[in-house]
Design a protein around this ligand. Structure first.
Ligand SMILES: *[C@@H]1O[C@H](CO)[C@@H](O)[C@H](O)[C@H]1NC(C)=O
Ligand SMILES: *[C@@H]1O[C@H](CO)[C@@H](O)[C@H](O)[C@H]1NC(C)=O
Ligand SMILES: *[C@@H]1O[C@H](CO)[C@@H](O)[C@H](O)[C@H]1NC(C)=O
Ligand SMILES: *[C@@H]1O[C@H](CO)[C@@H](O)[C@H](O)[C@H]1NC(C)=O
Length: 343
C-alpha cells in the first residue's frame, strides 16, 4: 500500500465514519470476510470496508449492465475486493519491461522473429483446443503479493513441452526463476518478463521442480542445484504480433506464454464470460499461459476466445482460468509478447 493511497482511505474512513457504511451490506461483508479468511485489526476493518463497498457497488453495476447486454462477461466479489486499484496493481501483476514500440521492434529483430517458415492458415486448425484435456497442464498457482507473474507461464509452457516429450507431467519451480533470473534482467518480486525467464532456463541449462524448489512468494538467494534439475530447453520461439500465428502455435505446439494488458479495475473481478475491455491496449503489463482457444455460440458470431491460465489462484475467474476475446484486433495485446520453448 502506498502511503498516499493509505492516507486517502484513512481520510474517507475518518470523515465519514462507520455510520456511513451501507448497512444493508453488513451480512454480505461478514460472509465475504469469512469466505476469504480475512482478519483485520479494528482500524483496518474500517478502511477495508470502505474500499470493499466501493468495489461491491462497481461489480454490481457491471453485472446489471451485463444482464442488459452492455458487456460480455460477469464479475464477482472475490478475494481482491478489499484492495484499491492501486494496491492491486502494485501487488499482483508484474511485467515491468517497457514494451513500447521501440522495444518491440528491437526485441523482434534480436530474435529474428518474423512469420515462421511454416504455419497453418486457420482453416486447417482445430476449432477448439484445450491442452488441459491432453494432460499438458499442471495446477493453477497463486502468485500472492509478489510481482512474479512473468515466471508462471514460463514454467507452464515448459511443463507442457516436457510432458509432450517424456509423457510425464512434473510441476516445475517458479521460485527458481524468481530467485535466479536476475542476471537476465528480471527483478524477482519486483517484476520481470517471460522472455528473460526463458533466457535464464536456456543459459542455466536447467530448471528445478516445484518439489525441490517450492514457491515462497518472496525473493531469496538463488539456490539452484544442477543435481536437482528436472527440465531444460534447447531454445525458445518468440512469435510475431499476430493472432493467427499464435493460434497456430497453441494448436500445434502446446501451451504458450503470453503477455496481456491488464486493466486492473476490471480483470481482477472477472468471473466468467468472454472478457472484453474497451480500455485495453497492447502495452503488456501481465503474463499468462494460453492453454487453448474456442468460441461460444455460433462460430460466425465473433464470440471467439483464448483460454488462459492466470496465477491468481483457483478462486479467481473460471477456477483460475479465463476466456478473453480472440480475433478482435489483438485484444489486450494477447499476441504482442508470446513465446514457447522447445525442449
Ligand atoms: C522505450 O523504452 C526504452 C527502454 O526503457 C526507452 O529507452 C525509450 O525511450 C522508450 N521509447 C519511447 C518512444 O518511449
Ligand atoms: C538436491 O540435490 C542435493 C544434492 O544432490 C540433494 O542432497 C538434495 O536432497 C536435493 N534436494 C531435494 C529437495 O531433493
Ligand atoms: C551433486 O552431486 C554430486 C554427486 O553426488 C556431488 O558430488 C555434488 O556435490 C552435488 N552438487 C551439489 C551442488 O549439491
Ligand atoms: C446459431 O446456432 C444455433 C444452434 O446451433 C442455430 O439454431 C441457429 O440457427 C444459429 N444461428 C445462426 C445465425 O447461424
Amino acid at each position: 500500500m502506498t502511503p498516499a493511497v493509505f492516507l486517502i482511505i484513512l481520510c474517507v474512513g475518518v470523515v465519514s465514519g462507520a455510520s456511513a457504511f451501507d448497512l444493508s451490506l453488513d451480512v454480505q461483508w461478514q460472509e465475504w470476510k469469512m469466505k476469504y479468511e480475512k482478519l483485520y485489526s479494528p482500524e483496518e476493518e474500517l478502511l477495508k470496508r470502505v474500499v470493499w463497498e466501493e468495489n461491491v457497488k462497481k461489480i454490481e453495476l457491471h453485472n446489471r449492465e451485463n444482464s442488459l447486454g452492455k458487456n460480455t462477461y460477469i464479475m464477482e466479489i472475490n478475494d481482491f475486493a478489499d484492495l484499491t486499484d492501486e494496491e492491486f496493481k502494485d501487488m499482483i501483476t508484474g511485467i515491468t519491461l517497457p514494451i513500447n514500440n521501440t522495444m518491440k521492434s528491437l526485441w523482434k529483430r534480436a530474435l529474428g522473429s518474423s512469420l515462421p517458415n511454416s504455419w497453418y492458415w486457420r482453416d486447417a486448425l482445430p476449432k477448439f483446443v484445450d491442452w488441459r484435456k491432453e494432460g499438458y497442464v499442471t495446477h493453477v498457482r497463486v502468485q500472492g503479493r509478489c510481482n512474479s507473474c512473468w515466471a508462471f507461464p514460463v514454467v507452464g509452457a515448459i511443463e507442457g513441452q516436457m510432458f509432450k516429450k517424456t509423457g510425464k507431467l512434473t510441476p516445475l519451480s517458479v521460485q527458481n526463476l524468481v530467485d535466479c533470473s536476475k542476471p537476465q534482467g528480471n527483478k524477482g518480486c519486483r517484476g520481470g518478463t517471460t522472455y528473460n525467464a526463458f533466457q535464464y532456463v536456456l543459459q542455466n541449462g536447467g530448471l528445478e521442480s516445484e518439489a525441490t524448489y517450492p514457491y515462497e512468494g518472496k525473493e531469496g538467494l538463488c539456490r539452484y542445484n544442477p543435481n536437482n534439475s528436472s527440465a531444460k530447453i534447447t531454445r525458445f520461439v518468440a512469435l510475431p504480433e499476430n493472432e493467427d500465428v499464435l493460434m497456430d502455435a497453441v494448436a500445434t505446439k502446446g501451451p504458450v506464454a503470453a503477455g496481456i494488458h491488464v486493466v486492473h479495475s476490471s480483470l481482477r473481478f472477472y468471473k466468467k464470460g468472454i472478457y472484453h475491455e474497451p480500455k485495453c491496449n497492447n502495452y503488456v503489463n501481465h503474463a499468462v499461459l494460453v492453454v487453448g482457444y474456442g468460441f461460444e455460440g455460433n462460430e460466425t458470431d465473433g464470440n471467439n476466445y483464448w483460454l488462459i491460465q492466470n496465477s491468481w489462484g483457483e478462486r479467481w475467474g473460471l477456477n483460475g482460468y479465463m476466456k478473453i476475446a480472440k480475433d478482435r484486433n489483438n485484444h489486450c495485446g494477447i499476441a504482442t509478447f508470446a513465446q514457447y520453448p522447445i525442449v
